[in-house]
Ligand binder design. Structure first.
Ligand SMILES: *Cc1c(COP(=O)(O)O)cnc(C)c1O
Length: 408
């Protein structure tokens, strides 16, 4: 049997479609975020990161680094077991308490990652509800889709942010049947937001539970960084909030926050929670430090918004096509897999700017883009540099200056 040909054929497919992924090896400079060294084929070169999901630079915050270092020195490195067997460390318990408080919920539950929290959380929730109907936004993240699939419950997809379509589905369903509406607050590739209050209105009218992914909003929105639902005063209306510690909080791990009985039931039944080693205490301590810093003041969020607004205004003035949205995500549209790769390569090679191309299947074909994420630490000189580099790249490669809509 020649097994090689299957792997080689699969690789040839992604290469032919111009979406073979090459990773850029980086060495972040924690004392000079968002500076990094790129380990290029010709040796190390300084670059500015313009596509990090460490949206607030919290992964490089001195208090966060110190919490990890200090806790590792005192409590050791690994967790030493699952939550049930020796793995429930005191920093982890403190972190769950802090996250519940962040969202104004009774309890929170930590997972290995945001991905696992969605996959295990949604599938377990759905299996705890007899004959549950899952109603899911079409743009939901792959981890939510995997949670739905794994639940083996019936699912219906509603058109992205389409309240009319959502209501049709709710109205047609048996009123006695358990239903869960699954959606995100900030959609990470287009940078648009969902109508949270209106979705909660429908959920209340038709007796559905709500499950909200706040992965791209925690730390960044809300008066305490509790997410977009907190920003618009809707957090108390959401039954289950899911988020990550790996983006706005700059660490690793995912979680759910909800009523105590919901969390306790998921804790008791979710295989993706039960049968895996707990997060290490030093990771939990770092995340806790990050959450506490982010909770304690609006200054970092205000600075973040100011820098995002600057980038958007400057790109608009320069005629670089940016997808409209109300958030910190700045999608610069190219609309072709090869050309977005060329643009990204040129920005890195010629300008020392690192922004990764975003391709199918992450976004629809024909909507390939550079996803720019300004942080509070991108100063005016860096923004000038970015805009100049994009203009040079657009001219050199003859890239489109007309806006490309994101396919629904
Ligand atoms: C990144 C992401 C996740 C997964 O979070 P991780 O902590 O990175 O595993 C979940 N949902 C959305 C919308 C995401 O973008």
């Amino acid at each position: 049997m020649n097994y090689d040909r299957y792997f080689d054929a699969a690789l040839a497919d992604v290469k032919r479609e111009k979406r073979y992924r090459s990773f850029v090896t980086l060495e972040r400079d924690a004392s000079r975020f968002p500076h990094a060294l790129w380990h290029s084929p010709e040796g190390p070169r300084p670059v500015i990161m313009w596509c990090t999901n460490d949206y607030l630079g919290m992964g490089c915050h001195p208090a966060v680094i110190e919490a990890m270092r200090d806790t590792a020195a005192r409590l050791g490195v690994g967790a030493g077991g699952t939550r049930n067997i020796a793995g429930t460390s005191s920093p982890l318990v403190a972190l769950e308490r802090s996250l519940a408080d962040l969202h104004g919920k009774e309890a929170a539950l930590l997972f290995t990652s945001g991905y696992v929290s969605n996959q295990a959380g949604i599938s377990t929730l759905a299996r705890l509800l007899p004959d549950c109907l899952l109603i899911s936004d079409e743009k939901n993240h792959n981890s939510m889709i995997e949670g739905v699939r794994h639940s083996r419950r019936e699912k219906i997809i509603f058109r992205h942010n389409d309240l009319g379509h959502l209501e049709e589905i709710l109205a047609a369903a048996d009123p006695a049947r358990p239903k869960v509406i699954l959606f995100e607050s900030v959609y990470s590739m287009d940078g648009d937001v969902s109508p949270i209050h209106a979705i909660c209105d429908l959920a209340e009218r038709y007796g559905a539970m709500t499950y909200l992914d706040e992965v791209h909003a925690v730390g960044l929105y809300g008066e305490r960084g509790g997410g977009y639902a907190q920003e618009v005063g809707a957090a108390h209306r959401i039954d289950i909030i899911e988020a990550t510690l790996a983006k706005g909080f700059g660490c690793i791990g995912g979680y759910l926050a909800a009523k105590a009985n919901v969390i306790d039931a998921i804790r008791s039944y979710a295989h993706g929670f039960i049968f895996t080693t707990a997060l290490p205490p030093a990771v939990a301590a770092a995340a806790l430090a990050s959450v506490e810093v982010v909770k304690s003041g609006q200054a970092i969020r205000m600075r973040h918004r100011a820098q995002v607004a600057q980038v958007k205004a400057r790109l608009a003035k320069a005629g670089i096509p940016v997808l409209d949205g109300d958030t910190h995500i700045v999608p610069v549209m190219v609309g072709d897999a090869q050309r977005v790769k060329d643009a990204s390569d040129r920005l890195l090679d010629v300008h020392g700017i690192y922004v990764q191309p975003i391709n199918y299947p992450t976004v629809a074909r024909g909507t390939e883009r550079l996803r720019v994420t300004p942080t509070p630490f991108h100063d005016m000189a860096m923004i000038d540099h970015l805009v100049g580099a994009l203009v040079e790249t657009w001219n050199a490669l003859g890239l489109p200056r007309v806006a490309i809509r994101s396919a629904a």
